[in-house]
Design a protein around this ligand. Structure first.
Ligand SMILES: Nc1ncnc2c1ncn2[C@@H]1O[C@H](COP(=O)(O)OP(=O)(O)OP(=O)(O)O)[C@@H](O)[C@H]1O
Ligand SMILES: O=C(O)C1=C[C@@H](O)[C@@H](O)[C@H](O)C1
Ligand SMILES: [Mg+2]
Length: 170
């Protein structure tokens, strides 16, 4: 089984993905890191130098390569991956692939992202907590319709990584 994790920025895709892969004895990949490797640039640099449209094109190409791999793995998507191009249908049409949405409320996401927004190009200009929360509310409203098409939806608040691993493997 290929396990693919999606969710908003800060939902915990990379943190959980790494531990879930270790526990399951498969490799962990992070789509953002794979894009950075291919482009030889940090995500923030790709956004600033080449723009978001270019980033979304590369994201789609790198995802396709991953979906064609024969090996099993855990893959953490970028926060926007299921919401662009044909990414969501490519994932859902792929056999033996389980897409999991890591769901957190607006308040919980704001809490997590407030002190950590500088690494994320889409929110790094939002240094005021209220502005960040307003942005997340609108953005999540637009994105939720894609995330909610996942095979499994997991409410992650107040759960430890071992709790979440157990819930996914159930
Ligand atoms: N289960 C958890 N409980 C508490 N904090 C967590 C949990 N999982 C992740 N975190 C914390 O939340 C923050 C965001 O986690 P992480 O970077 O894994 O999210 P992400 O979904 O990969 O974000 P991005 O889309 O920006 O790559 C980190 O500070 C991480 O330590
Ligand atoms: O939510 C998003 O659209 C993004 C999230 C990150 O994981 C990166 O993929 C990039 O910064 C875009
Ligand atoms: Mg991540």
């Amino acid at each position: 089984m290929k396990t693919i994790l999606c969710g908003y920025m800060g939902a915990g895709k990379s943190t959980l993905g790494e531990q879930l892969a270790k526990f399951s004895g498969v490799k962990f990949y992070d789509l953002d890191h794979e894009i950075e490797k291919q482009e030889g640039k940090k995500i923030s640099e790709i956004f600033s130098k080449k723009g978001e449209i270019y980033f979304r094109k590369v994201e789609n190409e790198v995802l396709k390569v991953f979906l064609n791999r024969k090996e099993n793995y855990v893959l953490a998507l970028g926060g926007g991956t299921p919401c662009y191009a044909n990414n969501l249908s490519l994932i859902k049409e792929n056999p033996n692939t389980q897409l999991i949405y890591l769901k957190l409320s607006i308040a919980e996401l704001t809490e997590r992202l407030f002190l950590d927004s500088y690494r994320r190009p889409l929110i790094q200009h939002l240094t005021n907590r209220e502005n960040l929360e307003d942005f997340i509310r609108k953005h999540l409203f637009e994105r939720q319709q894609y995330y909610m098409q996942s095979h499994k939806i997991i409410a992650v608040a107040q759960k430890t990584i071992p709790d979440l691993i157990e819930e996914i493997l159930e």
